[in-house]
Design a binder for this molecule. Structure first.
Ligand code: PBG
Length: 326
């Protein structure tokens, strides 16, 4: 009789286990603000906004834990925002200041910069907003220039990787050209290539104060009901435009997409376990409905099994600790 259980004995289980998960696969998202105190984010218990002066501490923890890197998001007071999101590309913008501070203090920690405008625009959209006959729209090609400037400013400040997340058509090409022309041909692009218009970004928008003031992002982010063709098209375009790493976001609700892309492109795939996924797990854990450690590691194994090389997750530090405990 065929007995799958024969391979489930304590001595054989580790030998036939395929999926590897190490701290080096995990990237920790960090919210950075200019001033004030370290501040908890209500919908993401355990996650904080860090003032520049307290950033080194958490960066050092990430380094000690052996994480693959950190990704930085800027948090601005409303009064510092404007329609064109100047804070994103200003030489002394908060992310640029964080990058140069961290690169000096921890040259061996991989720094990824999220390249978008929504945290810096007063209207909260990821690009330049204009009025059209049918209401507002986001002007794709005018936005490209600003995203390119942002990526260049981030590279100049010390970003090891730039990560465009605005979902503008042609953004990867525009950024690649700007980096090449600006003297940063060696800086890779991690593209949020396949990014859905998702309810799971809710807590992030609270954390970064980046919710759109009107309308939503469905004119540029992907429709969850779209077929696989949309994911393939987005991934192939970013591949052709010169992305070095391709990401699917959110993670768990789009495992099928991740799995379908695996092996189709000769580039590493990443997954972003987003704020709402974190909030969901954390809320269940705090209510005692789920065993946190097992549930979280199970989701991370699932992402690795489906094809993610790297995983962006707010659980990165805790997961690294759990993995170390064996
Ligand atoms: C910026 C950006 C967002 C996230 C990452 N980059 C917000 C959005 O698109 O609304 C979401 C990350 C998360 O939810 O954890 N565009």
């Amino acid at each position: 009789m065929e007995r799958p259980r024969r391979l489930r004995s304590p001595l054989l289980r580790p030998l036939v286990a395929e999926v590897e998960l190490s701290p080096r696969h995990l990237v920790l998202p960090l919210f950075v603000k200019e001033e004030g105190e370290k501040e908890p984010i209500p919908s993401m218990p355990g996650v904080f906004r860090y003032p520049l002066k307290e950033l080194a501490q958490v960066a050092e923890e990430a380094l000690r834990a052996g994480l693959g890197g950190v990704i930085l998001f800027g948090v601005l007071p409303e009064s510092a925002k404007d329609p064109l999101g100047r804070g994103a590309y200003a030489e002394d913008g908060v992310v640029q200041r964080a990058l140069s501070l961290l690169k000096k203090a921890f040259p061996e920690l991989l720094l990824i910069a999220d390249t978008c405008l929504c945290e810096y625009t007063d209207h909260g959209h990821c690009g330049v907003v204009r009025q059209g006959p049918l209401g507002f729209y986001v002007d794709n090609d005018a936005t490209l220039e600003l995203l390119a400037k942002t990526a260049l400013a981030q590279a100049q400040a010390g970003a090891d990787v730039v990560a465009p997340s605005a979902m503008m058509d042609g953004q990867v090409r525009a950024i690649r050209e700007a980096l090449d022309r600006g003297g940063y041909p060696h800086v890779p692009i991690l593209s949020y290539a396949v990014k859905y218009a998702s309810a799971f970004y809710g807590p992030f928008r609270e954390a970064a104060a980046s919710a759109p003031q009107f309308g939503d992002r469905s004119g540029y982010q992907m429709d969850p009901r779209a077929g696989l063709w949309d994911a393939l098209r987005e991934a192939h375009l970013d591949d052709l435009e010169g992305a070095d790493l391709l990401m699917v976001k959110p993670a768990l609700p789009y495992l099928d997409v991740l799995f379908a892309l695996k092996g189709r492109l000769a580039k590493p795939l990443f997954a972003y376990q987003v704020s709402g996924e974190y909030a969901m797990l954390k809320a269940a854990a705090l209510s005692g409905y789920l065993e946190e450690r097992r549930a979280v590691l199970e989701t991370l194994y699932a992402l690795r099994r489906a094809g993610a090389q790297g995983i962006l997750t707010y659980y990165a530090l805790e997961a690294a600790r759990w993995l170390g405990e064996g």
